[in-house]
Design a protein around this ligand. Structure first.
Ligand SMILES: Cc1ncc(COP(=O)(O)O)c(C=O)c1O
Length: 309
């Protein structure tokens, strides 16, 4: 059954659209190593839900309401170790849609509390199985009860990268145009890398797009996947990858501390890792404009912040 577009839930998601995206593009002031290399980052926590994942979550939920897959009593189900779960939860709390999230049991207490506070039903998976095991659990639950759930399936849902292709990419290009020489960001579901790179390359094929990876399977960069060892997301478009660069977790933590002191921003580990990747690249080139993302800030990482300061 397709839901009536005049219904309250439909009006509510449409109104919510004005709080999604349109985040500020921050120019790195003091950490850029060369005067002729500019580094910019989208401050993605400055939107409803507090992270980059609000964009895909919103698009996935809106499309499912439009197609009638959601909004008629079904529960939204997905695997997430963090921000996507919180984004689904904030949007669905407002819409009155129930949410079930499969989460590795070693997720931080803050995530668990926030999800619980937002009314999410959490299904824990083993801490040894990472997000791949949570994903498998979500698929198993959906296969057992397909009438009960809408499986949002962020790793394979085209609306994930499309949210960035239609939103983040155009926002970046509108501000910087063809002055951009490089775009780079960490690979998780790869939605942000795929959607933004595709849009920027269509506008200017000379823009180099670089995927960032952790220095190994065991890392502390929440939101990143090590593509060598993890299950590769279905939406990952490797034809958009001009290069892959690696960032060490401890270098990202050092960057987090430095950014706080010199730029006055408290970043999350993956945001700091993106900036570290951009600064490493800036050291390799003579001039250019490098764009990256700050997926979220330090707010949800009190255990890491406690150990660093
Ligand atoms: C903090 C953080 N950084 C980076 C990413 C990676 O973004 P994407 O899933 O678009 O590849 C995520 C995704 O969940 C994230 O939560």
């Amino acid at each position: 059954m397709v839901i009536n577009q005049e219904s309250e839930v439909f009006k509510s998601i449409t109104t919510l659209g004005k709080y999604v995206g349109n985040t500020p593009l921050y120019e790195i002031q003091h950490l850029s190593p060369k005067p002729k290399v500019k580094i910019y980052a989208k401050m993605e926590w400055m939107q409803f839900g507090g992270s980059v994942k609000t964009r895909p979550a919103y698009q996935i939920i809106k499309a499912a309401l439009e197609s009638g897959e959601l909004g008629t009593g079904k529960t939204l189900l997905d695997a997430s170790s963090g921000n996507t779960g919180l984004a689904y939860a904030t949007i669905c709390a407002r819409l009155g849609i129930p949410v079930t999230i499969c989460l590795p049991e070693n997720a931080s207490w803050e995530r668990k509390k926030l999800l619980k506070g937002l009314g999410v039903n959490i299904v824990y998976t083993s801490k040894f199985g990472s997000s791949d095991e949570s994903e498998a659990k979500a698929h198993e639950m959906y296969n057992n009860e397909p009438d009960k759930y809408f499986l949002a399936n962020q790793y394979n849902n085209e609306n994930n990268w499309k949210a960035h292709y239609e939103g983040t990419g155009p926002e970046i290009f509108e501000e910087l145009g063809d002055s951009i020489t490089h775009f780079m960001t960490g690979l998780g579901t790869t939605g942000s890398f795929t959607g933004i790179s595709k849009y920027l390359k269509e506008r200017d094929p000379s823009i180099q797009t670089i995927g960032l990876q952790p220095d190994g399977a065991l890392h502390g960069l929440e939101g990143w996947k090590d593509m060598e060892t993890a299950k590769v997301p279905g939406i990952y478009d490797t034809s958009l990858v001009d290069a892959i660069k690696h960032v060490d977790t401890y270098d990202a933590y050092d960057m987090l501390k430095e950014t706080a002191k010199k730029e006055g921003i408290l970043l999350s580990p993956s945001s700091a890792a993106n900036l570290k990747g951009a600064i490493d690249l800036a050291n390799e080139i003579e001039e250019g404009v490098i764009v990256t993302l700050f997926p979220d800030n330090a707010e949800k990482y009190s255990e890491i912040i406690k150990s660093l300061f």
